[in-house]
Design a protein around this ligand. Sequence first.
Ligand SMILES: Nc1nc2c(ncn2[C@@H]2O[C@H](COP(=O)(O)OP(=O)(O)OP(=O)(O)O)[C@@H](O)[C@H]2O)c(=O)[nH]1
Ligand SMILES: [Mg+2]
Length: 433
Amino acid sequence: MKAVGVTRHPPGKKLSREEFEELLKSAGYEVLEIVEQVRVEHPKFNIGPGKLREIKKLVEELKPDRVIFANKLTPSQAYNLWKELGVDVMDRWQLVLEIFEKRAHSKEAKLQVELASLHYEVPLVREAIRRVKLGDRAGFKGMGEYQTRQYLRHIRYRMGRIRKELERVKADREVKRKRREEVGFILIALAGYTNAGKSTLLNALAGEEIEARDQMFTTLDTTTRRFKLGGKRVLLTDTVGFIDGLPPFIVEAFHSTLEEIIKADIILLTLDVSEPWKEIKRKFRASVNVLRELKTLDKPILIVLTKCDLTGEEDVADKRGRIEEAAEELGTNVMAVIQVSAKLGQLGELYEALENVVLTLPKYRLFRVFIKEPEKVPQVVSLLNSIGEVLDISYGEETLIDSYIQSGMIKELTRLGVRIRPLNKTRSEDHYQ
Ligand SMILES: Nc1nc2c(ncn2[C@@H]2O[C@H](COP(=O)(O)OP(=O)(O)OP(=O)(O)O)[C@@H](O)[C@H]2O)c(=O)[nH]1
Ligand SMILES: [Mg+2]
């Protein structure tokens, strides 16, 4: 498919040309030309009427299959442009959805993409119905008025069905997550801009081989893998990447996937440090905005600078300093800024930071365990070390063990026939005393 791209830069806010080209390429388009304009939004066409004439000429000469905007178009702008240009017109979010459609493998991802696409179509179809009423002949995509109305009814019905199915998937996941928590897993979620290196990091940490490629939105499905952090049981989840201004309807459609971030104990926010500072800053802001929308900014966050092997040490140090400064705005829940290279297996700093953060999680509390039978001690100590951290053991008539323990694991411990008393302290309280 051939496309002509159009970017309207709002005055004072230049949109990234590379990112737009990357999106077009990821969707599989051959880009014939990219037309750019700096201008405030024109209500009828988004771009200015003069630019529109220029594009019309280009369309006649180059005969693209589509004209694709880097901007968001209102339904009425999309309709007007389609009528003026006589060729399919798409905006930024339709382009993103087209890529999503290509990459969705699991049933859940497919349903989520379909829901988002239908959601997107509703106002377009409504606009077409409005126009037909005003005397335009063609309805949505050339359908007549009756067909267009039928189509709108179909969309609404289908959206209802998908929402129900996704609710079921969500409930399933919830059950799985509960089970994992009950056996003492710590949940860590990878988050960050698309192509930041999330899947590659999961592969390096968990010894996996999930698809990682230099293209946008490689991952749409959620993958969860176990990995070892000292003796602790940890689950790491990789999900869909973020993009600038991710609209609420996509966030809503992908809610069951993004819930892996919402339910995580710790978030690893990845940033590709090999990019120019301006890009890093933009992507950092965009990622923070999504995390804010997901109401997850109060969780422990580790900012992970990825791909350190692609740039010099000084450059990394400089950008790290700037990110540390930018992260201050986010408050004390940003536990550290870390640098890694998944390619070279340089992950030491990340392991270390994670080990420190894990025990500060509110679900770890200090308990005293009383054991009557000495032969039980090794088994209890080993369990305690996998679900917490043993601080002190004193042997006597009864063995006393002071240990941090995940509160959810108390039941499992009492099954071993030991007594447990809370010492009412979390690790973080201890830490700052
Ligand atoms: N040199 C180098 N390349 C890396 C590193 N980490 C990731 N990459 C490359 O960066 C590209 C994107 O990596 P992915 O792991 O697919 O990124 P992602 O964040 O999962 O991307 P999406 O799933 O598209 O959101 C791939 O070509 C990786 O090989 C690294 O540490 N060093
Ligand atoms: Mg990925």
